[in-house]
Design a binder for this molecule. Structure first.
Ligand code: ADE
Length: 228
């Protein structure tokens, strides 16, 4: 998969993309992430990328020209499955959305800033808008990093044990069961006996029951989706 990220602050991605699973995915060639500085596509003398809103109002608006130029130059070389604008107004990022995005070949993620982007970009160049939650961030960069992480870890060959993505919380609309490791007794705080029993069937049953119980307690809204 190729992910092209359009941003005014490419350095913001340095940390999340240079560590852990995302780094491994890049090193293995499972994903190519290209950062594009929108400012490089401004023709203004001062590389301007924002301007005052028509009709007045607070804040600045990201201008259409640099963004359009950047998207169109990428589209000349590559066919994109989706051109996604990271926005608090968008469809909520869920595990289902991440699963669906993880099978695509090429996507663009556009990160907004200031008061937003010129509406004509959304009307004519964007195919989808995604939010990572009902709160407003200073820009779309952190949201794009979250989406990238959620999507890339699902791609084959990224996680060591491929089944471990399948057993993530939310994969089957259930929260994951509790997990434990050595020692089996710490200050008298004991690991449940069943996990030490070696009985795979009983262990699987226990895990499923704990998942359902935990979901009922913490996220009962998910159980409707799972048909419980
Ligand atoms: N940009 C600002 N806030 C955002 C959010 N909650 N999700 C995605 N992009 C955003």
């Amino acid at each position: 998969m190729q992910i092209d990220i359009l941003t005014l602050f490419p350095d913001l991605f340095e940390g999340p993309f240079s560590q852990s699973i995302l780094k491994r995915a890049k090193d293995k060639g499972v994903v190519t992430i290209c950062l594009h500085n929108i400012r490089d596509y401004s023709k203004g003398k001062h590389r301007t990328v924002d301007d005052y809103p028509f009709g007045g109002g607070a804040g600045m608006v990201m201008m259409i020209e640099p963004v359009a130029r950047c998207i169109e130059s990428l589209k000349e070389k590559t066919n994109y499955d989706e051109v996604i604008y990271m926005s608090p107004d968008g469809e909520l990022l869920t595990q289902k959305v991440a699963n669906r995005l993880s099978v695509l070949k090429n996507i663009i993620l556009l990160c907004g800033h200031y008061k937003g982007i010129d509406e004509r970009i959304r009307e004519h160049l964007i195919t989808r808008e995604i939010s990572i939650g009902n709160y407003v961030l200073s820009g779309g960069e952190l949201a794009a990093a979250v989406l990238t992480d959620a999507v890339v870890r699902l791609m084959p060959g990224v996680l060591n044990d491929e089944t471990s993505a399948l057993s993530d919380s939310f994969q089957d609309d259930l929260i994951s069961p509790p997990v434990y490791t050595r020692p089996s007794d710490f200050r008298g705080w004991k690991v449940p006996d069943v996990l030490l029993s070696g009985n795979d069937k009983e262990i699987a049953k226990w895990k499923h029951e704990r998942s359902v119980e935990r979901t009922r307690q913490r996220r009962p809204d998910l159980l409707d989706d799972a048909g419980f």
